[in-house]
Design a protein around this ligand. Structure first.
Ligand code: ZN
Length: 387
């Protein structure tokens, strides 16, 4: 009997997942007995929820026996995590969580490869956004420290950040919304940032990098752009000619902004010009967080160190937030390192995994298992054989 090739691929991947969980380490989240779990299949990421496990062995056994391709756990702690409906669970508190995903970003590489493909630039961009969230907001503005923050690669195209500080656990949806609004810059008053705007003959006074909160971020971010060059300035929506003029006189502009003076170079309609640039900048800087996830204390998120069924990668838990600076998911989150696969693949772009380039492909090819699994799960390859 010939097994249809799609089923052959899935059977094989089920075996790989099963064996991953048999040997998996550090799968249990802290306070495992108080968490709600949800599991899914290759069609639906959460097909069953309200589950609970007593310990890591029980969880591993379940995931291995059922070859679970997607498993999520609550950011909430409950007295009765499997109770239903939700009101019967006895909510005790929830971590503050942030979900950053590259598909929520607008990147120039996506114009070339579309949103369904993830390239190295995509992964770098979302990692940088996560660094900005942790080191630009959570630590300086909220005072959370390294040991209160857990960062996980999502297993596909983003990162999850969990804040476990005890004072935030009991925050309700309103307080969480306030935090996500602050981080995403909604409600930032741009008029107030330029108090002398529109006053004839007066110098345009604005935010300085040493200011606290959003004011300082806006000034710093603009100075970074100024440093990176004309393209980066033009991305804010300004005319290339003005961008060129600012860039040529950048030491003068820098000196001014460092002292809160945004008037060092002549720009027509200066107040409107700078307000427009800064408003757009705040939006591009902050729209990468899925606010629904942060605002909802009952949300289920990919279980750290579990397999992601859309890639075969591990939703890898970082040792500490600092690891973000060097973390390379396509090396560090590889799960299936052993063996090779013969696949029939059709890909338009180069895949970078484990420091090597694979593809583009049009036909049969032998590749490492993790490459075969990744392309198969992305719907770009059939699996012919495995050894
Ligand atoms: Zn890309």
């Amino acid at each position: 009997m010939t097994i249809p090739s799609e089923n052959r691929g899935l059977t094989l991947i089920n075996e790989l997942i099963s064996s991953y969980y048999r040997g998996a380490k550090d799968i249990a989240p802290d306070r495992i007995t108080e968490r709600e779990f949800g599991v899914g299949n290759f069609d639906v990421k959460i097909s069953q929820r309200h589950m609970s496990f007593r310990n890591e062995d029980e969880l591993k056994r379940y995931l291995s026996l059922n070859s679970v391709p997607y498993v999520s756990a609550s950011s909430a702690y409950y007295r009765f995590p499997s109770g239903r409906p939700m009101e019967k669970k006895g909510w005790k508190g929830s971590e503050l969580v942030f979900d950053l995903d590259v598909t929520d970003m607008d990147l120039s590489c996506q114009l070339k490869h579309g949103k369904s493909w993830i390239c190295r630039d995509c992964l770098d961009a979302v990692r940088n956004e996560t660094i900005k969230l942790v080191y630009g907001f959570l630590m300086p503005d909220f005072g959370f420290s390294d040991n209160m923050i857990e960062v996980n690669f999502s297993g596909n195209r983003g990162y999850h950040v969990h804040v476990k500080e005890k004072d935030i656990l009991e925050l309700g949806p309103d307080a969480r919304r306030e935090i996500s609004n602050y981080i995403s810059g909604s409600g930032v008053d741009f008029v107030e940032m330029f108090p002398t705007a529109g006053r004839k003959g007066e110098r345009l006074v604005g935010p300085k990098p040493s200011d606290r909160g959003w004011r300082g971020k806006i000034a710093k971010n603009f100075l970074e752009r100024l440093d990176s060059g004309i393209d980066s300035l033009a991305e804010t929506g300004m005319d290339r000619q003005i961008a060129g003029r600012l860039y040529r006189k950048r030491s003068l502009v820098q000196l001014g902004i460092n002292n809160g003076n945004w008037d060092m170079v002549y720009v027509k309609n200066k107040s409107d010009f700078w307000k427009g640039i800064i408003e757009r900048q705040a939006v591009t800087q902050s729209d990468k967080i899925d606010r629904n996830v942060t605002n909802d204390p009952t949300h289920l998120l990919r279980l750290p160190n579990s397999i992601h069924g859309s890639t075969g990668l591990i939703a890898k838990k970082l040792k500490s937030p600092k690891e973000l600076y060097s973390f390379e998911p396509m090396k560090r989150a590889i799960a299936f390192r052993e063996g090779f696969m013969k696949i029939r693949a059709h890909t338009d772009h180069e895949l970078l995994m484990n420091g090597q380039k694979f593809g583009p492909y049009a036909g049969e090819i032998k590749v490492p298992t993790y490459v075969g699994v990744y392309l198969f799960l992305k719907g770009l390859a059939e699996i012919i054989s495995f050894n």
